[in-house]
Design a binder for this molecule. Structure first.
Ligand code: SF4
Ligand code: SF4
Ligand code: SF4
Length: 327
C-alpha cells in the first residue's frame, strides 16, 4: 500500500523546484470509481493527489504531448522538466520513449511507485453498478477493502485485479528520481489469460476469433490516443497520400488497422494495458500484445522498456542473429 502522505510530500518538493513546470499525478474523479489525471502547478494543488489501486492510467502519454506552441518574437521556450507519478509499467514506457529519443532523461522527474497491481475499472463497475462513489479503497493481505456509504466491502484481490498485472515483469519502477516507500516483491508471472487457449486453436479458428472481435472495432482510435508508445507525429491511419488503410469501418479495414498498430508496437509495447482499458468495443487487445511480447522474448530475448541505456529492438543489429524468420 502506497503511503499517500509521503507521495504528497515528495510531489510538493518536486513541484516547488525552479526547474520543474508541473507534476502529473492522480486525483479522485467526479463520479463512481473514476480517477482523473491531475496536473499540479503549485504545492497547494498537490494536496488533491491520491494513489490507490484504481490509479491505473499510464500518465506517461502526457509529457510527449506537451504543447510546443509557436513562440512570440523574443519569447523563450520553457525547457523546464515535467514531474510524473509512475508505476513499474509506466516507467517502462518512459524508458522505451527515452531509448527512442522521444524524450530526454532530463526532461522528466520520475516519482516512482512500487506497484502491487491495479483494479480493472470494468470489473469493479460490474461488481458495483450505479454506485455513486466510494470513500476509501485500500489493499490489505490480498483483499481490497472498499468503503461505500459507510459500509466496508471486502473483495478478493484476484476478482478485481487487471488481468495483465498477473504477467507483469516489472512492478517496481525501472527508472526513477524518487521512490515512494519500499520496493515490492516481484511475483511469479502467469501467462496472460486466454493466451494458451488461443495458441492451441488452429489458424482458421484463430482467424475467426479475431475477425469476430475486429468487426466490432469502431475505429475511434482511443487505443492509439491512450498508448504512450503511439506517438508518431502523423499516424499511418490518418495519411491520405499514400492511403494505407481506408476510413471505412468494416472488418477488412478494421483488421488492417489493428494488425498495423500491433506490429508498430512489436518490441515497444510495455504491457500497461491502456489500449484495452479504453477500447469501447471490448476488444482483447492485450491478448495480441502479450502474444507478440512472448514471441519477441522467445526470438530475441528482448523485453521492451527495461534499460534506458539499451538500444531499442529495431535499432539493434547482432552479427550472430540466427535470422530464422528470413525465407
Ligand atoms: S502491469 Fe505491473 S506495474 Fe503496471 S499496473 Fe500492473 S502490476 Fe502495476
Ligand atoms: S479503441 Fe477499440 S474500437 Fe477504438 S480503434 Fe482501438 S480497437 Fe477499435
Ligand atoms: S499497446 Fe497497449 S499495452 Fe502496449 S504500451 Fe500501448 S497502451 Fe500499453
Amino acid at each position: 500500500m502506497v503511503d499517500q502522505q509521503l507521495l504528497i510530500e515528495e510531489a510538493k518538493k518536486v513541484v516547488s523546484r525552479d526547474d520543474v513546470k508541473y507534476v502529473i499525478g492522480y486525483k479522485k474523479g467526479t463520479y463512481g470509481f473514476a480517477i482523473s489525471p491531475a496536473f499540479a502547478y503549485s504545492e497547494e494543488y498537490v494536496d488533491k493527489f491520491i494513489f490507490n489501486p484504481l490509479c491505473k492510467k499510464n500518465l506517461t502519454a502526457y509529457p510527449i504531448l506537451e504543447d510546443k506552441l509557436p513562440l512570440q518574437r523574443g519569447e523563450e521556450e520553457d525547457k523546464r522538466k515535467i514531474g510524473i507519478v509512475a508505476k513499474g509499467c509506466d516507467t517502462r514506457a518512459l524508458v522505451q520513449i527515452i531509448q527512442e529519443k522521444g524524450l530526454k532523461r532530463e526532461d522528466v522527474v520520475i516519482i516512482g511507485i512500487p506497484c502491487t497491481g491495479v483494479i480493472d475499472q470494468k470489473k469493479i463497475i460490474s461488481r458495483f453498478p450505479n454506485e455513486p462513489s466510494y470513500s476509501e479503497l485500500k489493499e490489505e493481505n490480498g483483499i481490497y477493502k472498499i468503503t461505500i456509504n459507510g459500509t466496508v466491502h471486502d473483495i478478493e484481490k484476484k476478482e478485481l485485479l487487471a488481468d495483465y498485472c498477473t504477467s507483469c515483469v516489472a512492478p517496481n519502477p525501472v527508472l526513477y528520481d524518487v521512490l515512494i516507500g519500499q520496493e515490492v516483491e516481484p511475483w511469479e508471472q502467469q501467462e496472460h489469460k486466454n493466451l494458451d487457449i488461443l495458441e492451441k486453436k488452429n489458424v482458421e479458428d484463430r482467424w475467426k476469433y479475431w475477425e469476430k472481435h475486429f468487426q466490432n472495432c469502431i475505429r475511434c482510435y482511443a487505443c492509439r490516443e491512450a498508448c504512450p508508445l503511439c506517438y508518431c507525429k502523423e499516424c499511418m491511419a490518418d495519411l491520405l497520400k499514400p492511403q494505407w488503410i481506408r476510413r471505412s469501418v468494416n472488418t477488412s479495414e478494421n483488421t488492417a488497422w489493428n494488425i498495423m498498430r500491433a506490429y508498430h508496437l512489436v518490441g515497444r509495447c510495455v504491457g500497461c494495458g491502456e489500449c484495452e482499458t479504453v477500447c469501447p468495443a471490448n476488444i482483447p487487445l492485450m491478448e495480441l500484445n502479450k502474444e507478440i511480447e512472448k514471441d519477441v522474448k522467445n526470438m530475441y530475448n528482448y523485453t521492451a522498456g527495461m534499460d534506458s541505456e539499451e538500444k531499442p529492438l529495431f535499432g539493434t543489429f547482432r552479427p550472430d542473429d540466427p535470422e530464422e524468420f528470413i525465407m
